[in-house]
Write a protein that binds this ligand. Structure first.
Ligand code: ADP
Length: 166
């Protein structure tokens, strides 16, 4: 039964990530979303918050049966732990390719048994990123086209907390 993990920062999960989950599910019998720590990225949401948001967002998208886990360590070790034969990643229209290429080859070097598999997102999400969503929301813009409601509400709480009453 081919199993895959989809690792990422998911800070926060967007419809672009969900699009990749939907596509990967058509190919793999089982898919695990792994919210990972990344020492090079400072995140807005904690690891547990990101996991909870992934769970809520996937439920909202009718993908509530996709398990979400957290992982602090090498992605390749996470794949082994969950018995995955593949690492799923998404490709957008911009500069994902070079970075993903480098990561895939590094992971292959660490463990040649596990393949990296890339899914191209649909056109409407091909310029969408968690960073853009945070930027739009921090200026009070509407992000409802890009993230599920639960995520929008969480962003509202983090980036635009209600002003204290005098
Ligand atoms: P990471 O810090 O590991 O890059 P991200 O959450 O930014 O974590 O991205 C996880 C994966 O999802 C990456 O492969 C990224 O290219 C992909 N991804 C992010 N946003 C989109 C999108 N809008 N469409 C397709 N793939 C995406």
């Amino acid at each position: 039964m081919p199993k895959a993990i989809y690792p990422g920062s998911f800070d926060p999960i967007t419809y672009g990530h969900i699009d990749v989950v939907q596509r990967a599910r058509k190919i793999f019998d089982a898919l695990v979303v792994a919210v990972v720590t990344n020492p090079n990225k400072q995140t807005l949401f904690s690891l547990e918050e990101r996991k909870a948001l992934c769970e809520q967002a996937l439920r909202e998208a009718g993908l509530g049966d996709v398990p979400v886990v957290t992982w602090d360590g090498l992605v390749i070790e996470c794949a082994k732990r969950y018995g995955a034969i593949a690492i799923v990643r998404g490709l957008r229209a911009n500069s994902d390719f070079e970075r993903e290429f480098q990561m895939a080859l590094t992971n292959r070097d660490l463990n040649g048994e596990i393949e990296s598999v890339f899914f191209m997102t649909s056109g409407e999400y091909s310029f969408l990123s968690s960073s853009i969503v945070k930027e739009i929301k921090s200026f009070g813009g509407d992000v409802s086209r890009f993230v599920p409601r639960a995520v929008e509400e969480a962003l509202e709480g983090k980036l635009r907390p209600p002003k204290p009453k005098r």
